[in-house]
Design a protein around this ligand. Structure first.
Ligand code: SF4
Ligand code: SF4
Ligand code: SF4
Ligand code: FES
Length: 994
């Protein structure tokens, strides 16, 4: 279609927003409330244009063929000015001393665009105080434009539903939980609202007084300067004042760096710019990330204090008796090389083992496994995906062929029904959860949740049910059988794309509805309801996590999920597929890049002579051909006296492996142990040499998210002290062992990976420049696959396999002595045991400690209240922890978040593992609870968001603004440029309490 804009002809797509077209063709148009990722909010009226002679909001108008648009006609211009005058009356312009004066302030730029010299409606302060009760950001009502972007972001993007605007009030403002202090509201500090605020009304506290040259001046001086600025404005107009502020803003450019990075916490793969001034982190600004857009959670937006923590390791340390002493790098590396060489000479290469980090980069995992295989000569190589994701990978290998999510977050959004099993998605993968919450709230997507706990996604679900612990395999298989028995399967899909139906159908014989109902503690009606919801949905995505995988039958349960998807034809198109949500930021990448005992990078078997030959030619060495030890077997091998030396980096094995007492006893027995980390972790306590590493902000490389999305991180800061990026340290160790590696930059490492690994053949740093990314597999020409299996499955004949599975029940069941089932998992605020997040003051304020969740009925029976200290005793260990009463758990179910190094839940878990992958059965633990005669404060302070009361609504609800008697849509009548109508109060500084 064609339209004309200001007399010129343009091609447009049907349905495009007029404002997007205007922006695309480079016309300048005011647009205060419009943000492309929020869509039209229609609160500001500044985008008014003439369309075929009528005044319309460009943001809310879809183009139609033949439209005639005037953006600068006398009427449109006058309407835009009238609208902006109303908006500006809410805001005190003091740009030169404002921390938001960074070239991207919408209100500043619109003032300039419209060449506003004087306000017709003068600023009047609002009768509200600044609210600084959140540890990370503050709200200044006097600067608030009432544009509603924050409300829209909170209600419809984050879907935390905390914010609203009281449009009916004489003095509207943004409200938290309908009028609570921010710090006592349901706000989860995700920062969406702060990110999208077009001015300084919502600001990161880390910016305040830090971003500008003069914004850090003492308040009286600052207020005096504001008064001076306002005093000269009637004579000079805003033009000259803005010129001064722009000169100041330009000066900031020279000292403020904006560097793109990838979040180091969970696997969603959020990317953002980090603004820094020297080592001070001014703010995190998400905008263009392909996984997250404007979204972050509290950790990615605000959880970076750990980088500058005084606890950082900055020098190598060498054990001397019970103590450590600082050493030079040369001494430490020489010692590591000498001891590794001695152990290899005495006991052979398999007496050494190597553990890679799912927090570190792909290149670093690649180098670690190359060190193990090519330099030492062992396949004793693993990473922590063994602890969580290996069973999901196994289930997908068995059935569809690739060990990764079958699509992207966008494909999940497109599903008719999302089934979440054993995943606390809103806390463990917060930004991914926002997309499901959005689709559910705004687009009618159905949500079914199966979990032991009634977490946020369960609260939101159309259907929530609680199978008995460890029985998911049973109800999933029973549903599949019911579908097949009743002819509800997708027959054409099965015929064309799937092998093994008969054998699979036979394997389902034991899984009757009656058996499943009894075994899982569910009703037959409910199981049938779930089956029919799946069959009837227009596309089903199943999301699962550690509630499935961390069981003794984790691989089989993951297989059952994929089987169910195949039976119902839910692969090969958007809105369908299997999504095992990966945990750490790079747990997918660590596995992808060969940090495993049986495969080289790209899941190429160590047993395959052709594969080995390729790597041997590339690395110019001979490679071991037998499978090595996984990290679970490594601990057993230490106890058995077979494993003598170990090198681990970025991995807190002493706390995160199950049966922690057994693991720690093992680590203590090692003859020589090298730990490489950012902090002196629990694991470091057992080391002989500790090598100080740099966190993600201090290095370059790539991470691979749960979407199989490979993304570059750029170096934000120099390594602190003498710490070094892990890839450099691993190279140093290799070279002290005679390897002669010479990588100058991680891109060179990736070139080598791509040359040896078909899965990543087309991956180059150039193709991932800036915010660009690639989702593997990547063909040599750079073509990637955001959605897998669109043409065939990754199996030899292109067909998927229905993989028969057998019944199995969980280990370590409750009995008379250990009568309670203990579940555990992640928490929104802290990542894992909290080595990084406990170093954030704000996060500590919100969640200072761990707890055990106790149901109200159990609490009543045992005389427990929130704050009561209890001792939990399992067959493997014990710990002390405070109780927290909550209805999220019921009956004899307990739940402990993992966020503690003092009382880590793994003191209680067993050494039972998944039969296929050796993943510990963390979720199968029984304990008894001894109530101690000691009551403290509740472990969860009242300032935690869980005590808040959200106020859900459909968005900013601008219609309520339009109903105000003082609202009138600008008509575009020319405004006389006279003297200000109302004089601003002077003397005390209008924002005296700022
Ligand atoms: S939850 Fe809090 S930080 Fe996040 S958008 Fe809502 S008000 Fe803002
Ligand atoms: S606080 Fe909200 S309503 Fe106020 S200016 Fe910022 S985004 Fe707009
Ligand atoms: S922790 Fe996960 S959801 Fe939060 S910002 Fe980082 S990648 Fe995104
Ligand atoms: S940008 Fe269109 S109404 Fe605000």
């Amino acid at each position: 279609m064609n339209i004309t804009i200001d007399g010129s002809n343009y091609k447009v797509e049907a349905g495009e927003r007029l404002i997007d077209v205007i922006n695309r063709v480079g016309k300048e148009l005011p647009q205060v409330c419009y943000h492309r990722q929020l869509g039209p909010i229609e609160t500001c009226d500044t985008c008014l244009v003439e369309a075929n002679g009528d005044l319309v909001r460009a943001c809310a108008t879809a183009v139609a063929g033949g439209m005639r648009i005037e953006t600068k006609s006398v009427r449109a211009d006058a309407a835009q000015r009238q609208a902006f005058d109303v908006i500006l009356a809410n805001h005190m312009l003091y740009c030169t001393v404002c921390d938001n004066n960074n070239g991207n302030c919408v209100i500043h730029n619109t003032t300039k665009l419209l060449k506003v010299e004087h306000q017709e409606i003068q600023f009047q302060p609002k009768p509200y105080e600044v609210d600084a009760t959140n540890p990370f950001y503050r709200y200044d009502p006097d600067q608030c434009l009432l544009c509603g972007r924050c409300v829209e972001a909170c209600q419809n993007v984050e879907v935390n539903e905390t914010l609203s605007i009281n449009w009916e009030d004489p003095n509207p403002r943004v409200l938290w939980d309908g009028g609570k202090a921010i710090g006592e509201s349901s706000c989860v500090s995700c920062g969406h609202c702060v990110t999208v605020c077009p001015c300084n009304a919502l600001m990161e506290k880390s910016m305040l007084g830090e971003a500008g040259y003069m914004s850090g001046l003492p308040k009286p001086i600052l207020n005096g300067m504001i008064d001076v600025i306002k005093g000269i404005e009637p004579d000079t107009g805003y033009g000259m004042i803005l010129n001064v502020s722009e000169a100041e803003s330009a000066m900031r450019e020279s000292r403020t760096r904006r560097t793109k990075t990838v979040c180091t916490y969970c696997s969603v793969g959020c990317t953002f710019d980090v603004w820094t001034r020297d080592r001070h982190i001014l703010k995190v600004e998400p905008s263009e990330g392909l996984a997250n857009g404007i979204s972050t959670c509290v950790k990615g937006k605000f959880g970076w204090d750990f980088v500058n923590s005084p606890d950082r390791l900055t020098k190598p340390l060498i054990r001397e008796g019970d103590k450590f002493r600082e050493s030079t790098w040369d001494e430490a590396l020489a010692l590591v090389a000498r001891r590794f060489a001695e152990i290899k000479a005495k006991d052979g290469p398999d007496a050494l083992a190597f553990i890679s980090s799912s927090k570190c980069t792909n290149e670093e995992s690649y180098l670690m496994q190359k060190l193990a295989r090519a330099v030492i000569g062992t396949n004793n190589m693993d990473n922590c995906s063994r602890y969580c994701q290996a069973p999901a990978t196994a289930g997908l290998f068995r059935t569809v062929g690739y060990g990764g999510d079958s699509g992207s977050i966008r494909d999940i959004e497109n599903a008719g029904l999302v089934l979440i099993i054993g995943s606390n998605t809103a806390e463990a993968h917060p930004v991914l959860a926002t997309r499901v919450k959005q689709a559910h709230k705004l687009r009618g997507q159905k949500l079914v949740v199966a979990d032991l706990r009634k977490h946020e996604m369960a609260e939101r679900a159309d259907l929530f049910f609680k199978p008995k612990p460890g029985t998911d395999l049973v109800w999933l298989s029973a549903i599949a059988r019911h579908i097949l028995d009743n002819g509800l399967e997708r027959k054409e899909f099965l015929t064309q794309w799937v092998n093994g139906l008969d054998e699979y159908r036979k394997s389902l014989e034991p899984f009757t509805m009656e058996f499943a109902a009894k075994t899982c503690g569910l009703t037959i009606e409910l199981l049938k309801q779930v089956a029919h919801m799946i069959v009837e949905a227009d596309g089903v995505c199943i999301l699962w996590a550690m509630g499935i995988t961390q069981h003794s039958m984790g691989s089989d349960a993951s297989t059952a999920i994929s089987n169910l998807l195949l039976v119902t034809g839910n692969y090969m198109r958007t809105g369908t597929g299997a999504y095992p949500l990966r945990g750490h930021n790079n747990v997918q990448g660590a596995g992808d890049h060969g940090a495993a005992p049986n495969v080289l990078p790209g899941y190429q078997s160590v047993h395959d002579p052709e594969v080995r030959a390729r790597f041997e030619a590339g690395w110019k060495v001979n490679l071991p051909s037998s499978k090595g030890l996984d990290n679970h077997q490594m601990i057993d091998a230490i106890h058995a006296g077979k494993l003598k030396g170990m090198y681990i980096f970025g991995e807190e094995i002493a706390l995160v492996d199950s049966n922690a007492n057994f693991v720690q006893d093992g680590l203590a027995k090692l003859e020589f142990f090298v730990a490489q980390d950012v902090f002196f972790s629990k694991t470091c306590q057992f080391a002989d040499v500790i090598l100080p590493a740099s966190p993600s902000l201090e290095k370059e490389g790539t991470f691979t998210s749960t979407e199989r999305r490979i993304q570059r991180l750029y170096q934000v800061l120099e390594p602190l002290g003498e710490s070094r990026p892990d890839w450099r340290i691993i190279q140093d160790v290799a070279n002290h062992l005679g390897a002669n590696w010479n990588y100058q930059h991680p891109s060179e490492i990736y070139d080598e990976i791509a040359s040896l690994t078909p899965l990543f053949a087309g991956v180059t740093y150039e193709r991932m420049e800036g915010y660009k990314s690639l989702q593997w597999p990547v063909a040599p020409d750079g073509t990637d696959q955001p959605l897998l299996y669109t043409r065939k499955f990754a199996k030899p004949d292109g067909k998927a396999t229905l993989f028969p599975i057998a019944m199995s029940l969980p280990t370590d069941p409750p009995d008379q002595e250990f009568d309670l089932h203990l579940n555990n998992g992640r928490l929104l605020e802290h990542f894992h045991e909290g080595n990084m997040t406990y170093r954030s003051k704000g996060i500590r304020e919100k969640v200072p400690d761990t707890w055990v969740e106790v149901s109200p009925e159990l609490a009543k029976e045992r005389g427990v209240q929130s704050g009561t200290w209890v001792q939990l005793i399992s067959r493997y260990g014990k710990l002390r922890v405070r109780a927290l009463l909550t209805e999220r758990v019921t009956g004899k179910e307990l739940y402990m978040p993992m966020n503690s190094s003092e009382s880590p839940v793994n003191l209680l878990t067993s050494s039972y593992t998944d039969a296929v992958t050796n993943t510990p059965a963390y979720k199968e633990a029984s304990v008894r609870m001894v109530v101690l005669d000691e009551v403290g404060n509740s472990p969860l302070p009242k300032v935690n968001s869980r005590f808040g009361h959200p106020t859900p609504q459909r968005g900013v609800e601008v219609e309520r603004k339009w109903k105000r008697i003082d609202y009138e849509m600008p008509k575009g009548e020319p405004v006389p440029h006279g003297e200000p109508i109302h004089a601003a109060p002077k003397g005390q500084g209008v924002n005296g309490d700022r």
